[in-house]
Design a protein around this ligand. Structure first.
Ligand SMILES: *Cc1c(COP(=O)(O)O)cnc(C)c1O
Length: 477
């Protein structure tokens, strides 16, 4: 495809400027600011439009096809929630506007906190953190502050090896020492290892649940009681709440802290680093340590409470990513309790459907009921025909699918992780599975084809290392 620069014709332009109807004046621009021959493309409006429209068609998103990226929840989000976020009362307001003008906005935040607390079984939430990892850091800071206030010196954090990669990162950022807890053969926390490691200087344990192999931690109550018995706290990485909304409440299981990803489970599309929101919920004994200001309700009036002496402080300018909160609020209100539960049930059903259909063609990593995503290992294909998981993923591109997550989680060799999510129909899942099965056949019969894939995309197989180290981004080179 031609670059816009290559379509350029001297003197052609996309806009028509009316003749000047005021006296013209000469201004002198300093020579250093004068730009001669910057080489901006000169094209007509229609060429401009066609160029960018055809580029946009090469982009892949949930609006163009199934996006089974595991650990990411790339689901379709109702567009109607964008309308709610666009309401002028939500957008045309300044964070410093007086509280009398922003009662509706404050009420939305107050009620969203209450809904999330109810759904997750926590005492309260902060809406300030801007992403999942940011929520993890906030949760870590809250836990540390709790022990500081109690006068206990604790410096270690348990992070199981099946945790999301951001868990050790945010633990390190909060200044805690990371202690890795092993997984057992069925993909859960190894209880014996945990018991052996547990000590009085442990802040707590960060448990990704469902974990990164898409499994619900079966021994969750034992895990929590081992940590609680020595005064530690339990943190739930709840980024993938879409697996259990309305079915299970982490607060009831005994978790002290949880972070959510509104941009995964609660109706904000994500990708491209767009705005996210990682609210943090806590049990009663940790409420005072949450970031301030907090929205409170006195009689019928909503206001900000800055009088929070034990708070860890602010973690974000103003109140967090407000417009993501509006979408989550609209999503919860429109689905209702029964709808949220159904969304989770369908997410789990869809993942198990895909796992069952592909099981005879790809080796499953852990052969048990999964949650919202299923994990395979490409070991069988490597053994039989030298085809790697990356080759399978590249071949999917030829069939018009965004590939699933590969080589993650790292505890599974040649991992292939599929999250169909709740918004895909059975027909779409069938078509995807048929394609995966076809590729498994190709791997056997024609491994070379897979090594060369993709062959129908605008850019064929890249040298990954060269592409990252020596990117060719200059149109003239
Ligand atoms: C996505 C994800 C995160 C990180 O969330 P960000 O918003 O990208 O920071 C953390 N934990 C789990 C389990 C996740 O799936």
């Amino acid at each position: 495809m031609e670059l816009i620069f290559e379509k350029s014709q001297p003197g052609r332009q996309a806009t028509t400027i009316p003749a000047c109807d005021v006296p013209q004046k000469k201004v002198s621009i300093p020579a250093t600011l004068l730009r001669d021959g910057v080489g901006l493309p000169e094209v007509a409006e229609v060429d401009l439009m066609r160029h960018y429209t055809s580029l946009s068609r090469r982009n892949f998103g949930v609006d163009s096809g199934m996006y089974p990226l595991g650990s990411c929840t790339m689901k379709y989000n109702p567009k109607v929630n964008e309308n709610a976020a666009k309401l002028s009362g939500f957008t045309d307001i300044h964070p410093y506007a007086p509280e009398e003008w922003t009662q509706g906005n404050l009420r939305m935040m107050f009620e969203l906190r209450a809904y999330l607390s109810e759904i997750l079984g926590m005492a309260d939430f902060t809406l300030q953190p801007a992403a999942g990892a940011h929520g993890e850091l906030t949760g870590n800071m809250v836990m540390k502050k709790y022990f500081e206030k109690k006068g206990e010196k604790r410096t270690k954090m348990f992070v199981p090896d099946a945790a999301h990669g951001t868990n050790p990162a945010s633990t390190a950022l909060s200044g805690c020492e990371i202690i890795t807890v092993r997984s057992n053969a069925e993909g859960g926390v190894d209880l014996d290892h945990l018991k052996e490691l547990m000590a009085d200087d442990v802040v707590g344990l960060m448990l990704t649940n469902p974990n990164t192999v898409g499994l619900f931690e079966r021994n969750i109550e034992q895990v929590i009681s081992i940590v609680h018995a020595r005064g530690g706290l339990c943190y739930c990485d709840g980024a993938n709440t879409n697996a259990f909304m309305g079915v299970n409440r982490p607060g009831d299981l005994g978790f002290d802290v949880i972070q959510l990803n509104l941009h995964k489970s609660f109706s904000t599309p994500h990708g491209c680093g767009g705005p996210g929101s990682g609210p943090v919920g806590v049990a009663k004994h940790l409420v005072d340590f949450l970031p301030y200001p907090r929205v409170i309700k006195t009689g019928e009036k909503y206001s900000f409470d800055f009088d929070c002496p034990d708070s860890i402080g602010r973690v974000k300018a103003f109140y967090g990513n407000f417009n993501v909160m509006v979408k989550a609020y609209a999503y919860i209100r429109s689905l209702g309790a029964a709808g949220l539960r159904r969304a989770s049930e369908n997410a789990v059903l869809n993942a198990n459907y895909v796992m069952a259909k592909l099981k005879n063609h790809y080796q499953v990593a852990f052969d048990r009921i999964c949650m919202h995503e299923c994990v395979f290992t490409g070991d069988k294909q490597v053994r039989e025909s030298g085809v790697h998981t990356a080759d399978i993923a590249k071949r999917l591109l030829d069939y018009g699918y965004h590939p699933p997550t590969i080589y993650f989680p790292s505890i599974v060799s040649e991992a292939l992780m599929i999250e169909p999510n709740e918004t895909e129909s059975m027909e779409t899942l069938d078509a995807f599975c048929d394609t995966m099965i076809k590729i498994a056949g190709e791997a056997k019969d024609n491994p070379k084809l897979l090594h060369d894939a993709p062959i129908t995309t605008p850019v064929s197989r890249m040298d990954d290392v060269k592409a990252a180290r020596e990117p060719n981004i200059c149109w003239k080179c």
